[in-house]
Design a protein around this ligand. Structure first.
Ligand SMILES: [Zn+2]
Length: 175
């Protein structure tokens, strides 16, 4: 993978997904009918890595057409990046791009990332207003840990770097 390009796009998406507040266009989504069934290993991993209690309620996971994700993330898309996944706090819903293959480790790592956000919400963890990136930082760090655990070290490194940038609160990456 092109690590530099990926980092830039992920930072942009991270900043946007941390503040996204609106409802997705449900009419254009398809819900994965199994809910969290089949994702138990990911939920266990998130709980073990973060120390958060296991999620009591599983977020709805919807595969959302790219054009809808792009409209939700218009700012990032304007730079040519493709949104891959998002967590919508208002509806506790995870949106996945059709390009995310949840049968593959990389695809599942995006679910790990969003499950961390769901755990943050359920646990009531809040980032200080001056460093909203801390929530993203944690999600990227756990996503990286998942990839590293499974030997995808290049991908893990990219997400580790994004995590570090997200937590650099006084840094221009946040502007
Ligand atoms: Zn995130």
């Amino acid at each position: 993978m092109n690590i530099t390009k990926s980092i830039i796009s992920l930072v942009a998406l991270g900043l946007l997904s941390a503040t996204i507040q609106f409802q997705p266009a449900n009419a254009n989504s398809s819900v994965i009918p199994t809910g969290c069934a089949g994702f138990e290993d990911l939920l266990d991993f998130v709980s073990e890595e973060t120390g958060y209690p296991p999620l009591r309620s599983c977020p709805t996971v919807s595969v959302t057409p790219d054009f809808v994700l792009r409209s939700l993330f218009a700012k990032a898309s304007a730079h040519g990046e493709e949104p891959m996944a998002a967590f919508i706090p208002a509806s506790a819903e995870i949106l996945l791009s059709p390009n995310v293959d949840i049968t593959k480790l990389l695809g599942r790592s995006y679910l790990v990332h969003e499950f961390v956000h769901a755990s943050q919400l359920e646990t009531g963890v809040k980032a200080p207003a001056t460093c909203l990136g801390l929530l993203e930082s944690e999600s990227y760090w756990v996503q990286a840990a998942y990839l590293r655990k499974h030997g995808l070290n290049d991908e893990a490194l990219a997400f580790e770097l994004v995590s570090m940038m997200q937590s650099a609160c006084a840094h221009p990456y946040h502007r």
